[in-house]
Design a binder for this molecule. Structure first.
Ligand code: MF3
Ligand code: CO
Ligand code: CO
Length: 328
């Protein structure tokens, strides 16, 4: 559960005002809710190793992908982006995150895809649902439950599909009804952080250029960058050993090469970037209860830059693109 400041302590938003004179009334911490039973996946769908509660096998996957893997990743990435855009339409007051999970699950199956989070192994228990839903101070890996979304919430939905033997991983933060200015700014800046990270992704340059670009942008707006979760190599496996920090990490000097595929997924906070984990072993919240946002793409390093593999068929219904248009 999010730990909020005491009434007379400084507000998490950095206003310098006492918490009770600032965001106290807006803040109602997210609590664990009721999680519905496991949704089955038909046998006709190709499933990753962990489906059915098995351990995830790990192997040495080449960082530079074959043209055939890239072709398949482009298709899976687009399907994942289309599901994400579709789920965004459900982010309305009164809709539960479990209803959003049901829609994700069904949409994945209709596209002949396995929802990769389902039964993905964790330290306490496998992830029990098909999408991660992270509300307000939840940084990532929130478990869909019976909590209805409320007017003023921000909610991140993280969709990963496994299809044609490869994963596509993408997320976005959505507004629920009327959202306060600080939260809007946070979401906008987080979207820009992902854009700046993608712009810094080009062949011949060290991978820590990405984190530097993201950190510079977030901190120039007074926001924090979460350290405990990073972007990752992706392909035939959901997570490979390749790590993409969203802050400047001097030792991450591996040079980006054409054909590499990985995610960039900055988590940006209005207050502290320190993390607390719920007892479920998944739900990560900000230590101070401040709000947090995230955007994620799976990208491919090309000969002269990067291609976003999680590009939807229709950019006009996807917040990564519609929010960009809204600022000009
Ligand atoms: N999609 C998340 C990521 O961006 C991982 C979720 S793992 C899960 O890496 F098990 F929580 F789904
Ligand atoms: Co990811
Ligand atoms: Co993800």
């Amino acid at each position: 559960m999010g730990i909020l400041p005491k009434a007379n302590e400084a507000c998490w938003c950095g206003s310098g005002k006492k918490f009770k004179r600032c965001h106290k009334n807006a803040a109602s911490p997210v609590k664990p809710g009721k999680v519905s039973p496991l949704r089955p996946v038909p046998d006709s769908i190709d499933q990753p190793a962990w489906a059915g509660g098995n351990p995830a096998s790990r192997w040495d996957e080449p960082r530079v992908k074959s043209p055939d893997v890239i072709k398949r990743m482009r298709r899976t990435g687009r399907e994942a982006a289309d599901v994400l855009a579709q789920l965004g339409a459900l982010c309305q007051p009164g809709v539960t995150t479990d209803e959003i999970d049901a829609a994700c699950h069904q949409s994945a199956i209709e596209r002949n895809a396995y929802p990769s989070p389902l039964e993905y192994p964790g330290m306490v228990a496998p992830f029990p649902k098909s999408v991660c839903s992270s509300v307000n101070e939840v940084i990532c890996h929130g478990i869909p439950d019976d909590r209805p979304l409320r007017d003023g919430d921000i909610v991140n939905l993280d969709v990963t599909l496994f299809r044609e033997g490869v994963h596509g991983d993408t997320n976005a933060t959505f507004f629920v009804g009327q959202v306060d200015d600080l939260s809007r700014r946070l979401v906008q800046v987080t979207r820009e952080c992902l854009e700046k990270g993608v712009e810094a992704a080009k062949p011949g340059h060290p991978i820590n250029n990405i984190g530097r670009a993201i950190q510079t942008h977030a901190e120039s707006h007074g926001f924090g960058v979460v350290r405990d979760f990073v972007g990752h190599g992706i392909g035939e496996q959901f997570h490979t050993d390749l790590q993409i920090c969203h802050y400047y990490h001097p030792r991450l000097t591996d040079i980006m090469e054409p054909g590499m595929t990985f995610t960039i997924e900055p988590m940006i906070t209005a207050g502290s970037w320190k993390v607390r984990l719920w007892d479920d072993g998944w739900t990560a919240v900000t230590a101070d209860g401040s709000r947090t946002a995230q955007f994620e793409h799976t990208i491919l390093i090309t000969d002269d830059g990067a291609e976003i593999l999680t590009t939807p068929s229709d950019k006009t219904s996807h917040p990564y693109w519609t929010l960009a248009a809204a600022t000009v």
